[in-house]
Design a protein around this ligand. Sequence first.
Ligand SMILES: NC(=O)c1ccc[n+]([C@@H]2O[C@H](COP(=O)([O-])OP(=O)(O)OC[C@H]3O[C@@H](n4cnc5c(N)ncnc54)[C@H](O)[C@@H]3O)[C@@H](O)[C@H]2O)c1
Length: 464
Amino acid sequence: MKGFDVGVVGTGYVGLVTGTCLSHLGHRVVCVDKDEERVRELESGRIPFYEPGLEDLVSRSVREERLSFAGPGSLAGLTGEADVLFIAVDTPQGEDGSADLSSVAAVARDIGRALSESETPSSKKRPLVVVNKSTVPVGSGDYVSMLIRDGLEEAGGGEANFLVASNPEFLREGSALYDSFFPDRIVAGADSREALDTLRALYEPVIEQGFPTELDPRPKVAVPFVTTDLVSAEMIKYAANAFLATKVSFTNEVANLCELVGADVSEVAYGIGLDERIGSRFLSAGIGWGGSCFPKDVAALRAVAREYDYEPFLLDATVAVNERQLKRVIAKLQRELHTLKGKRVALLGLSFKPNTDDLREAPSLKIARALNSLGARAVGYDPVAGKKAMELAANLKVVFDPYEALRGAHAAVVVTEWEEFRTLDLKKVSDLMEEPKVLVDGRNVLDPTLALQAGLFYRGFGRG
Ligand SMILES: NC(=O)c1ccc[n+]([C@@H]2O[C@H](COP(=O)([O-])OP(=O)(O)OC[C@H]3O[C@@H](n4cnc5c(N)ncnc54)[C@H](O)[C@@H]3O)[C@@H](O)[C@H]2O)c1
């Protein structure tokens, strides 16, 4: 394969994974970040976050000279060379709930300026395809086009030889490489056939599953390549995340009813999940969702609705149910411990989900804050996110061994379903804890009978 010249702006969870995977497919990729320290770290082979398998793949692509890194100011050169330029920068939640597009806007303007300043080799048949991979609200494609033109004008003008496309990302932190090589679908939105054809050619090896990888455990089945107009692609991303968040909140609503009537939500979820129309995934009851995507994406979709004076009842309820789940953790502790003042509570798992060190909107930090305000001492353990948590949460004592967290604790909460918590030595846990030895299983991952036999006061979610 001849391969494309690709630029990726933003080397976070999405940008770095995207750039690395594209380089593995045979494209020549330069990943750019405004954070010089991050670029230096990447150049010396260090990955700034935890993602299984990524470090090896990055170093392989760098060694084979298909992947390199560049700091701020490198866009001019890159814009001249690249066939495709991904925008993969952060779009955090703004104060009013809407997506904060300032990073995307800054990059779009920079691209415009770079287009004005750069020289495209005569060998390149262009336009440059600028691809929004960041999660951005409906209409952002046109907004990016406008800002690129603004940047171009500001820098003295030149040929506006670019197209804008949307290519939302669906990777899950913790299995990001797998999700990139074996996605359920690739969505490409553009108002130009040429941009869609370029994206199809770029992803051809993934679509046809014809690329070298030892990650390949599945029979080769072509990956659906979904092409839409710009705004529909942008909407697909928000709708997908809002649906998944709603599915979890729905399960939690059912779990709370199960607690009232004495039913077991795990059995209920199994029973309904076998219906293909429902599907068995994302039917786990517990503390609820957090993380870098669901909270801000659901908030952004609600903000879009408000822009049109539309009341998104279902999305509002999805959020309300989720917020209530966190309060239920505290309520379960209060019911058994009565007062939380002076109590030590172990938090098992701090990252917002297993196999990542991402703490953005992590339930653990909210629980720690709530415990702190009620006079309890929260002690947290996480297999990989401990150091980051220490920097972020002053009200949380972080230790680096699960049993250390449990020593002297009056209660423990399983906050994140890391695999290692499923095999905790419950007898040892019980021996280490102080009465009344309450174990709130926030992810329903432990066996209640074994916990009770070990002398722990087990409380799950929706388990009768
Ligand atoms: N993290 C996920 O699991 C995930 C999944 C799907 C989609 N997304 C979306 O992808 C986007 C990126 O998410 P992320 O988690 O990778 O973010 P992140 O915060 O981990 O990384 C963003 C990177 O962009 C860089 N950046 C910001 N402004 C820049 C600029 N002007 N020039 C160059 N670099 C710049 C930052 O320094 C940072 O390294 C967001 O819109 C997010 O919603 C994230």
